[in-house]
Ligand binder design. Sequence first.
Ligand SMILES: [Zn+2]
Length: 377
Amino acid sequence: MLAPDPIELTRKLVASDTINPPGDEEWSARYLAQILSAAGFDVKLQRFGERRFNLVAKLAGAQGGKPLGFTGHLDTVPLGTVEWTHDAHGGEVADGRLYGRGSSDMKAGIAAFIVACLPMIDTLRASHGLQLILTGGEETGCDGAHALTRAEPGMLEPLGALIVGEPTSNRVVVGHKGALWLRGTARGVTAHGAMPQEGVNAIYKVAEALRKIQQFEVGAAHPVMGAPTLNVGTIQGGLNINSVPDRAEFSVDMRTVPGIRHACVVDRLHDHLADIELSPIIDLPPVYSDPEDSWIARVSGLARARRGTDGASQAPCTVQFFTDAAVLSPATGHPPTIILGPGEPEMAHKTDEYCRVDRLLEAVDLYRDILIDWVAQ
Ligand SMILES: [Zn+2]
């Protein structure tokens, strides 16, 4: 089948507003479903909310074995408060850049992979097969991926390897930190502000907890990912100046590394803080694959050959942001997983976001190299 032009396909996807919240992946999911089913994929759409969609497209392999997986998210973050100088949904191409919300993060990655695999349908069908998992709701905490894990049996299946097309400038990335976000709540007893001895001040409890939390050790560092981190991002408490507050809250953002179990961290933090209720906001484990794994080593070689090393270190690298792999990798049997996409990581979530056109075209070639390697196995 004739593949669409990668620039035009990216522009088409950028033109569809999938800003989340509120999130609306319906048009994109249906549009890609049409292209993929016309090419011979078995396509399923999963609705997980009003105009909220995931798409799973499968190409069963005649050789059996586990298919190669590719995943990307269709939603984007909001535009921010600063005005854009380029139309955020115009897909304008200027000076070698394709502008628009979601261009780097990560519609170019999705477009490049689809363009790469369409001319290879017959070869892929004769091998171990291919599965595309295109999600909604990633930006608000992998909501679409979570919905897929709760879907009818058979939507997700064990994969032989997984590519996450998030922006890495076409570098192979072997993992990312986990995210454990918690809300801490302190309760007190309200009273008149002129008679504080009659009450119990919840803000004082939070202040004490925040003093202690700075001494909390999340866990041991990882040799590649480095140390886990902890940050208190918000604090709220009190209704008016002349009352003793009976409730105060704060939120903690921990980024974890392999070897740290989130349930243990929550238990330890609970003991450490005492008198603070902790409730989860986001709980996504870290993702890490062995850089020495034979598939990852081959793909890293293919990426270096396409991209050149341009002075970049050849040491395995990881990224700080989390991806749907935190949910999809455990749900597909923990396959060797890489993050590899044409977007510029530093463009993600920015005003005047763009994807470099040369990287987009390079990604089509690189994904095709990876598919050729896959079918040759
Ligand atoms: Zn993303």
